[in-house]
Design a binder for this molecule. Structure first.
Ligand SMILES: NC(=O)C1=CN([C@@H]2O[C@H](COP(=O)(O)OP(=O)(O)OC[C@H]3O[C@@H](n4cnc5c(N)ncnc54)[C@H](O)[C@@H]3O)[C@@H](O)[C@H]2O)C=CC1
Ligand SMILES: NCC(=O)COP(=O)(O)O
Length: 322
């Protein structure tokens, strides 16, 4: 029997509830349940059915949005996050992970959280990615951003450019590339994944004239990955590797810092980006946007990225169970 996906509440003062309702109403998203407070979602004008068990979600999904009740008092004003709701936000994520690890749901899809507010409520992780890694027993994870035309994995994430360069190493590149190759096989059904590794400097260093990181750090990583049997090209000049004719030559680009990965993907397709956590013992995707507090409660939020995240979670979960 097909298992539903579990969608978390996210920041209740943000657009999470609205895009969950729109994703359900679109009829484009695969069946999912929302872990939230049923009356809160009902008050937003959606036909909601509180379900007792994830197994009920598939039958309900055709006629109503199935909500697995979160036993919490959540009082949210659109656009005004309140740390008092922090424990409920975290509980929704924890419940989704437990249900996935116990096999009751097929994958976890997370609605955006307001990170600053969760920090004020005592949340100790930079974001979902690190929290989920801890819930999974300390898994070594990577962040992938995906649109239909491109997948990117930044080796360093939320660091200043200076710190990112300082933290880059041959071992980090190898680690990120190995996790990416394994996930492309396991979750995306690509038997022999092709990776492209970006250089750090203009023209990928121009043979050492514009920087030696490609020679001293990236090439040794490529050599190690090739000796593992992984199909890798690089170090590629970052300014040309995302052009349409170059993109067709690889399945994922391993990028050395946040913006090297995110600028091409957001420029190519801002609406359909999906954030995927690689290396977890379960599938997790998320829309590639935040809580959008400035438009919360106005009814104008775009659910495209969430719908894409739900669709991709379904595809990945199905590959894992094949
Ligand atoms: N996975 C997660 O939980 C993520 C959480 N965040 C958090 O979200 C909060 C707000 O972050 P921002 O940088 O302001 O980014 P944001 O994505 O919330 O907003 C940036 C701009 O995009 C617009 N926007 C975002 N989503 C939209 C949608 N679905 N439809 C229409 N317009 C949309 C917003 O209205 C805003 O003008 C922060 O606390 C951040 O850490 C950000 C990214 C991911
Ligand atoms: N910019 C991407 C981002 O912030 C991802 O956050 P999370 O998925 O780790 O919560």
């Amino acid at each position: 029997m097909t298992k539903p996906l579990a969608l978390t509440m996210g920041e209740p003062a943000g657009v999470g509830g609205e895009i969950a309702i729109k994703a359900w109403a679109s009829k484009e998203a695969p069946p999912f349940l929302l872990i939230d407070v049923p009356d809160r979602i009902r008050a937003m004008g959606a036909p909601v059915e509180a379900i007792a068990s994830p197994a009920d979600a598939i039958a309900v999904f055709d006629r109503a949005l199935p909500v697995l009740p979160l036993q919490a008092l959540v009082q949210a004003t659109p656009g005004k996050p309140d740390p008092a709701n922090g424990l409920a936000v975290i509980a929704s994520i924890e419940r989704a992970v437990r249900l996935c690890l116990s096999g009751d749901v097929a994958a976890v899809v997370t609605n955006p959280i307001q990170k600053s507010v969760l920090y004020a409520a005592g949340f100790k992780h930079p974001g979902h990615t690190e929290f989920l890694a801890e819930l999974a027993g300390g898994a070594r994870v990577e962040m992938m951003l995906a649109v239909p035309e491109l997948r990117v994995v930044p080796v360093t994430i939320h660091l200043s450019l200076k710190d990112a360069i300082a933290q880059l190493s041959t071992d980090r590149i190898v680690e990120a590339a190995r996790t990416t190759a394994a996930s492309l096989s396991q979750d995306f059904g690509i038997a022999k994944p092709r990776l492209a590794i970006a250089g750090l400097n203009p023209h990928a260093g121009e043979g050492g004239a514009m920087g030696r990181e490609e020679i001293e750090m990236v090439q040794p990583a490529i050599d190690m990955l090739r000796s593992d049997g992984i199909d890798v090209t690089g170090p590629l000049p970052p300014d040309t590797m995302f052009a349409s004719h170059t993109r067709t030559r690889y399945d994922a680009a391993i990028c050395l810092y946040h913006d090297q990965a995110l600028i091409p993907i957001k420029t190519l397709d801002f609406a359909r980006g999906v954030n995927v956590t690689l290396g977890l013992p379960f599938v997790r995707t998320s829309p590639d946007h935040g809580t959008a507090l400035d438009i919360a409660g106005k009814g104008v939020a775009d659910a495209t990225s969430l719908i894409e995240a739900l669709k991709l979670a379904r595809v990945m979960a199905d590959h894992r169970t094949r």
